[in-house]
Design a protein around this ligand. Structure first.
Ligand code: AMP
Ligand code: GLY
Length: 426
């Protein structure tokens, strides 16, 4: 089969490497891909938000299947446009991608269908929001309604910072139109768990759980980023928690989406906090997480293309979805300064994967005269799989030490929290 994968980050590289393992795969095109993905797919210079361009390319190039992973094209209707050209897809249509595209939609859905989440209020008027902040419990969580590259959430410890956040979102428009409507919600405490799932709208199969590391600096300090590393499985996602999530969150969510006339097909991502009151949803994403995909997919033993086809055809109940019992760790190598200002354009030197003992997924990398150059905030994801998480963490950091580019920065404590939890529970 000829496949297009939309996007150009580390997550897409992990998906492409896995799809390549399927005997059914012929050509894989990445739109737009990146300089590192070019080693594994034919990169085509069509941006992930160019919905018309994507659909025209697919129609003109004998494409049998499309995998749409980033949030923007999903929310903008890439799957609808491809389906209209007769091309089956892995990914939700726009009317279901709204579960990520509008946090207000997601919160209202959870309220209507009794799915556990933080208490919240919606504001469209800046003065009403500021008045509410005058008495809201602290810390308080302020979220832009729309997409904001994973950065549209501000946790405010004081009323002053909360008010400043409201003003910067609603009046200063730091997240553009995404912040014209906001949510102010209850601050939840407890360990965070990411659960990606395959769903065809009727059947839902959770993948192995994982732990993201969202903050820029060690010990979960600094600004929120897209994610600085990940570990899988997540020790806080016990069998009991998994069973409760299936009963109270996963199945109710896909049933709710179908009941609303918005059946969700693709990868539905549950961002959870395990509170003393049980697991609660802090966010839904309509796609694989990045960097969660870079630890979850290397542990998948089944054929990813077969699973994706069964999701698209509505036969997920018959699919073979098996994960290894091993553990995985992904360390993101970023440009120093990310997620704010950073310099790029430095030569990226990566030894052969066989000598590295790790897989490297390219994110912010471009190719010029056959040389790889850093070109983004998150540059590479370095993933190791091993029998224990301890070993996987060590191997990833060993591999990271053999990779170099100017201005490289990475967290030194990826997997540490998960390892401590394993130690405390044994
Ligand atoms: P989100 O983009 O919704 O995943 O939020 C980014 C990060 O903010 C999450 O990973 C959490 O660490 C934190 N967060 C979001 N909502 C809450 C909440 N209600 N309580 C505590 N932390 C939260
Ligand atoms: N790593 C979080 C996300 O993909 O949204």
């Amino acid at each position: 089969m000829n496949i297009i994968v939309i996007g150009g980050g580390g997550r897409e590289h992990a998906i492409i490497k896995k799809l390549k393992q399927s005997p059914k795969t012929d050509k894989i095109y990445a739109l737009p891909g990146n300089g590192g993905i070019a080693a594994d797919a034919l990169c085509v210079d069509i941006g992930a938000k160019d919905i018309g361009g994507i659909a025209d390319f697919a129609a003109a190039n004998n494409i049998d299947f499309a995998v749409v992973t980033p949030d923007d094209p999903l929310v903008l209707g890439a799957v609808d446009a491809l389906n209209a050209k007769g091309i089956p897809c892995f990914g939700p249509r726009a009317n279901a991608a709204v579960i990520e595209g509008s946090k207000i939609f997601a919160k209202n859905l959870m309220k209507k269908y009794n799915i556990p989440t933080a208490e919240y209020n919606v504001f469209t008027d800046v003065n009403a929001a500021l008045e509410y902040i005058g008495t809201a419990p602290l810390p308080t969580v302020i979220k832009a309604d729309g997409l904001a590259l994973g950065k549209g959430v501000i946790i405010a410890e004081t009323r002053e910072t909360a008010a400043a956040a409201v003003i910067s979102m609603m009046e200063g428009k730091i997240f553009g139109d995404s912040g014209t409507k906001i949510i102010i919600e209850e601050f939840l405490t407890g360990p965070e768990v990411s659960v990606l799932s395959f769903t065809d709208g009727t059947t839902i199969i959770p993948m192995i759980s994982s732990m993201d590391h969202k903050r820029a600096l060690d010990n979960d300090e600094g600004l929120n980023t897209g994610g600085m590393g990940a570990a899988a499985p997540n020790p806080f996602y016990t069998d009991a928690v998994a069973a409760e999530c299936m009963e109270k969150i996963f199945l109710p969510t896909i049933k709710a989406m179908s009941a609303e006339g918005r059946p969700f097909k693709g990868c539905l991502y549950f961002g959870l906090i395990i509170t003393s009151d049980g697991p609660k949803v802090i966010e839904y994403n309509c796609r694989f997480g990045d960097p969660e995909a870079q630890v979850v997919l290397p542990l998948l033993e089944s054929d990813l293309l077969d699973i994706m086809l069964s999701v698209s055809e509505g036969t997920l109940d018959c699919a073979d979805v098996k994960f290894s019992e091993k553990s995985a760790c992904c360390v993101i190598m970023a440009s120093k300064g990310y997620p704010q200002k950073f310099e790029t354009g430095f030569t990226v030197k990566i030894p052969d994967e066989s000598s590295l003992g790790a897989e490297v997924f390219a994110a912010g990398v471009k190719k010029a005269d056959n040389i790889l150059l850093s070109s983004g905030g998150r540059v590479l994801g370095v993933t190791s799989v091993a029998d224990t998480l301890d070993e996987a963490v060590k191997r990833s950091y060993q591999a990271v030490s053999k990779i170099s580019f100017g201005n490289a920065y990475y967290r030194k404590d990826i997997g540490k929290k998960a390892l401590e939890a394993y130690t405390n529970s044994s």
